[in-house]
Design a binder for this molecule. Structure first.
Ligand code: SAH
Ligand code: SF4
Ligand code: F3S
Length: 433
């Protein structure tokens, strides 16, 4: 059948969607570019904030219309909303025919076949202690590809739904990770991004995360290694040492701080203080000069005082993050913080959001402005369509995307790019002579 896949959410869903594509093509289904052309519409969904779920519900509303007018379309919903809400989701979203959780992706073709032959709704969204790591070819032609190294999370940050949608943390065996990296490299991939909710607590059969990085580094053909997400409490000197001693591991880390006030960090159950976080950042910057640090910040957590919020702003001024993903706190059903006192109005949270966003904008304008005239080795990711007039885009070792002109044959090459212009958070450049 012809299918169209829509992906919402984080690096794990982007990775899982590649596996869904492999599973579908192995069973003879073919991808199409629009839902209108498709017989099966697949949604790989996210539950991290209420807004993320609302995005999916409104998409489902539009797809329901299409289903009425287009006739015979089948809608299958996978990912975190499926494992969180299970069959209960059919009540709120009656247009959905099939529900499949992140651990049940390989059952999708059989569920589609059963629905087609019986017309009965299908739902499989339980955690499995196995997870499909092997036997699915990575997508061909990628210069930069995600590689899953762990699923689930054991941290139980008080606000977070992930332990409920993805289950306990399970590390993928190192051999299996390496087999996928080798297979990607032989297909022309140059950069791998090791993905998990907490990559630096990885423990795959006696191999810890620094050891895994060393093994991946030995794979010929791979020139760059990135990883996300790292948890500050698990960032130790050994990992910092491996980053410092490597030519392939990029000098860049995504290290979510969430908040700068210790009372908030403790209520969030994050396992570190602001001072400990700053100490780790200082150690990393000492060992890897100029390392880029990106982060996640959440504002409006229950009980967050104005003073707590100003401590978050202080940390932002001190670290001068290279990128920030900024969020308003959103209570999630069944998480401890959904019952916390001191809930803020939307207005208070949004005004803190706006204040933090304005500060980040100022910091970034200074930082990116300072890059004009400098030259960076960008890995060319191929053609881009967002900005007209320029043809290609690439990523610097410090994880900045840069747009430049050139022949699409340069995809996969490492090129020297001189930055010429900044537009918002976007960099533009030219190939250095
Ligand atoms: N594993 C990663 C984060 C995964 S979720 C880590 O521990 O850092 C990505 C980000 O979404 C989080 O870092 C957090 O900033 C945000 N987030 C998670 N739950 C949230 C909630 N209930 N409300 C608002 N933001 C949330
Ligand atoms: Fe959620 Fe915390 Fe796990 Fe990140 S570390 S996925 S925020 S529980
Ligand atoms: Fe969303 Fe699930 Fe990722 S809740 S952030 S898609 S692990």
């Amino acid at each position: 059948m012809l299918y169209h896949l829509l992906t919402f959410g984080c690096q794990m869903n982007i990775y899982d969607s590649q596996k869904i594509e492999s599973i579908m093509s192995k069973s003879g289904h073919s991808p199409v570019c629009t839902p209108e052309e498709a017989e099966v519409i697949l949604l790989n969904t996210c539950s991290i904030r209420e807004k993320a779920e609302n995005k999916v519900f409104s998409k489902l509303g539009r797809l329901a219309e299409l289903k009425k007018t287009g006739g015979g379309k089948l809608i299958a919903l996978g990912g975190c909303m499926a494992s969180l809400r299970k069959e209960g989701l059919f009540r709120r979203a009656p247009m959905v025919d099939i529900l499949f959780g992140p651990d049940n992706m390989e059952r999708l073709p059989a569920m589609i076949a059963d629905f087609v032959s019986t017309g009965a709704r299908q739902a499989e969204a339980d955690f499995a202690d196995h997870t499909i790591w092997d036997g699915l070819g990575p997508i061909e032609g990628q210069v930069s590809a995600p590689v899953g190294i762990a699923k689930g999370c054991d941290n139980h940050c008080s606000y977070c739904i992930v332990p409920y949608t993805r289950g306990p943390e399970i590390s993928r065996p190192a051999d299996s990770v390496l087999a996928e990296v080798r297979s990607l490299a032989s297909g022309g991939c140059r950069e791998v991004i090791l993905v998990g909710q907490n990559v630096n607590s990885y423990k795959g059969g006696g191999v810890d995360f620094p050891a895994l990085l060393r093994l991946v580094e030995n794979v010929d053909g791979i020139v760059r290694i990135r990883f996300m997400t790292s948890h500050p409490k698990d960032l130790g000197d050994e990992l910092i040492g491996v980053m410092a001693g490597s030519k392939k591991i990029c000098p860049s880390i995504h290290l979510p701080i969430q908040a700068g006030g210790d009372a908030v960090l403790s209520a969030m159950n994050r396992g570190y203080t602001a001072e400990e976080y700053l100490d780790k950042v200082a150690r990393l910057k000492m060992a890897v000069p100029g390392a880029a640090i990106s982060t996640d910040v959440m504002v409006g957590f229950p009980g967050e005082t104005e003073d707590d919020f100003q401590k978050t702003m202080d940390v932002m001024r001190e670290v001068e993050f290279d990128a920030i993903f900024l969020f308003n706190y959103s209570p999630r059903p069944g998480t401890p913080s959904a019952n916390f006192e001191g809930v803020h109005s939307r207005e208070v949270s949004q005004s803190r959001f706006d204040e933090a966003n304005a500060l980040h904008k100022t910091i970034m304008a200074k930082k990116l402005g300072g890059m004009v005239g400098t030259t960076h080795e960008a890995l060319c990711l191929g053609p881009q369509t967002e900005f007209s007039g320029k043809k290609l885009h690439g990523r610097t070792p410090h994880n900045h995307l840069v747009v430049f002109d050139g022949d699409s044959k340069l995809k996969g090459e490492t090129l020297k790019i001189t930055i010429t212009r900044v537009l918002g958070y976007n960099l533009f450049g030219v190939m250095a002579k």
